[in-house]
Design a protein around this ligand. Sequence first.
Ligand code: UD1
Ligand code: CA
Length: 457
Amino acid sequence: MKVTGVILAAGKGTRMKSDLPKVLHSVLGQPMINYGQSAIRHLNHKYVVVGHKSELVINQLQAGFKSVLQKEQLGTGHAVATLLNSEEFIEDDADYIVIIPGDVPLLIKKNIDRLIELSFKKNAALGIITAEVSNPAGYGRIIRKGDTITKIVEEADSSEAEKQIKEVNSGMYCFNKKFLSQNIEKLDDNNEQNEIYLTDLIEIAFLNKLDTVIVKVSEDTIKGVNSMSQLNDVEKALREKLISSHMENGVYFQDASTTYIDESVLIKAGTRIMANTHLTGTTEIHENCTVGPNTMINDSSIGSNSNIILSVLDGVTVKGTATIGPYAHLRKGSVLELDVKIGAFAETKNSNIGKGSKIPHLAYVGDADLEENVNFSAGSITVNYDGKNKHRTDIKKDAFIGSDVMLVAPVTIGEGAMIGAGSVITKDVPSKALGIERNQQKNIEGYMDRKKPRDEN
Ligand code: UD1
Ligand code: CA
């Protein structure tokens, strides 16, 4: 038996009131359509029907997914007819065709596989996934006669009595290919929305006394996204599921309701995620770290036993056991070796910070290479930009940078050197030297006694 999978993704998503095609809205950091692609990736052939802003949707297709263009979006039935008539589809050799909507990110592969299995077993004309939902508004209602499904009535065409029905259509089907191609052209748009409904095929199967299989699943796996409010519902449900699975793996969450984690993020056991923490992109947090509260980490790798509080990290590699924050901002290309401390109001960018080095407060380190055990004191910065170009600062091991120092790059501070507070360093400082650039201090004796009081001026 060969099975082809199809995602319907041509619609504009009018009810989203957004320029972005609906299936590209992000759910836990992934465009919605990725969830559909994951659920049918294992099938023999895969197609995606695209239409509205098709180039953007095509950009998101994974290997093995072919696109078919539905120029005008005349309804789900029209979308499938367009596919069946397309050049891309002509050579398709499937026995069954699984169709899913692009706007149901909670769907699970297990349900699709069960649908396929039962449709095969019964040699059915079609199989359909349904669910009892608490609020059926917006979904097609399942009309039954005993165990048999006789038709689907869309919300817009439903009577008051039909509106009360809580069993709804998930939009996920497994069609016998012969049945589908023999009947798809029979669909019309004689309905309230003047759309060609794929769902009318269910009545055709019933009237022809053909077998239909129903797989009833739980409400939480079929929720569709038609509006921003439904997007929020679905994202919340997926987030809860994702955080539960992290908990099962031994990750502690202080307050899951204020924690935002992308699907793609890895967290190792023993790590504690404190309230209001956002972990996104390709972020990996290793064992026994404490992250947060109030921390955002994107596309970064955090080595085990690190502590990060009230900080923002983006594109950072922390090799391990670092102490970061409160109020640190570590930007792209910051690489921290073991036992580094970055403290309050310190910013780093495109810099290597050697083992045991400390930048404990009020500092900017950009385009710099710090070797081991460098101390970078309060108020000091690398002056990396001359208005045209960026230059690097080299600080060798055990160097001590005093407070309020400007290191004007390109410049090298030698091993074990010390820089006096308040210096503007424009020339290299040799190893073990004291680099100091400062006027002599003058004390003017008795000055305050001779100065006229303010109000006499
Ligand atoms: C559809 C079903 C409804 C079901 C619900 C489940 C029909 C007529 N109705 O309604 O019974 O309860 O899904 O979520 O099928 N699309 C196209 N081309 C088109 C129209 C739509 O590709 O011409 C795509 C959309 O991009 C979307 C999917 O098909 O991904 C479903 O379309 P949508 O308009 O959201 O259908 P619903 O009104 O939700
Ligand atoms: Ca929908």
